[in-house]
Design a binder for this molecule. Sequence first.
Ligand SMILES: [Zn+2]
Length: 64
Amino acid sequence: MNKYFRYAQENGGQKLHLVEDFGGGEVALRALCGRKPVKRGMWRMTINVPLANACHNCLRVFRI
Ligand SMILES: [Zn+2]
């Protein structure tokens, strides 16, 4: 079964982290690099295209 991922950001202007997309608007609270949105408790937004710089740690995990 394929996994789907989206880019998520905790606050505006920050790097985009890759999070698993469970469908139905549900995404993982833990990014691939281990980052969690600690301040908000949730991601500010998720998008399916990298509009800004993506987190290199997330990308490294994603490509393994
Ligand atoms: Zn990351």
